[in-house]
Design a protein around this ligand. Sequence first.
Ligand SMILES: Nc1nc2c(ncn2[C@@H]2O[C@H](COP(=O)(O)OP(=O)(O)O)[C@@H](O)[C@H]2O)c(=O)[nH]1
Ligand SMILES: [Mg+2]
Ligand SMILES: [Zn+2]
Length: 289
Amino acid sequence: MEGIIVKGIGGFYYVKINNEIFECKARGKFRKDGLSPIVGDRVKITLDKGKGAIEKIYERKNELVRPLVSNITQAFVVFAMKNPDINLDLLNKFLLQCEIKDIKAVVCFNKIDLIDSYEEHEAVKMIKKAGYEYIFLNAKNSIGLEEVRGKLKGNITVFCGPSGVGKSTILNNIVGKDVMQTGEISEKLKRGKHTTRHSELVEVCEGFVVDTPGFSSINLTIESKEDLKDYFPEFWDYEHQCKFNGCLHYKEPGCIVKRAVEEEKIDENRYKFYTRTLEEVINGGKNKW
Ligand SMILES: Nc1nc2c(ncn2[C@@H]2O[C@H](COP(=O)(O)OP(=O)(O)O)[C@@H](O)[C@H]2O)c(=O)[nH]1
Ligand SMILES: [Mg+2]
Ligand SMILES: [Zn+2]
């Protein structure tokens, strides 16, 4: 039988198959291979006298560390129009993280009640130009939440973004219980003690939602400077038009991406973020934010 791990606690894994949950232990061989099952894993299980055993973990599409989950397909990258103000670099870092992990990003602009003409906001214009999907929300008054729900089907979705933007407000509403309260409390406790709150997958609207917000701090590793441009979808159209093969769209002459920036077809803030990140990759390799 094959299913997905929706919860892990004290060495037990809860595997959902169709509409049933099976409590399973992992076979000892996994520990020998240095592999432990995590929430999100697709697994093969066997049952013996009602006891479940995980026999096989299928290859992971991706893996997040905080929260510890695998096979994420979609991220709602939440920012607030105000309180706190949008940090464009941070927004771009979240998007970059999603590209690296091969996660579809949907930007959620929350707290639209706090500013006038929010569609004219620099960040909104940037996201439109970059071609990412986006949703406007006023989570406190349940505006935009239907649109969020409409995107859950068939996905494993994680909510991410800086603190104070409204992630918990959205999640509580979507998941329909006060899951985040617990998350917040343990966040505070973490400073003193080492408490672990494991994330769970909650089934909503024919998809799964991770009940703990994801990667509020980002730790990006970009292997080589040549890789970085591939994580900027708006560059792809121009890819093979530059004068030089393997153009990094940096200081090379005859660069069509740079021309597109000048012609305002590519957002300048995005391009600047690209070159700054490229410089960091060239100088250090490992990027921590
Ligand atoms: N004005 C306004 N405030 C909101 C909205 N959504 C959430 N908030 C408030 O913003 C604060 C932070 O929300 P929270 O969900 O805890 O953010 P988190 O840190 O990202 O989980 C809370 O006081 C919320 O009530 C909104 O759409 N408009
Ligand atoms: Mg929160
Ligand atoms: Zn170029």
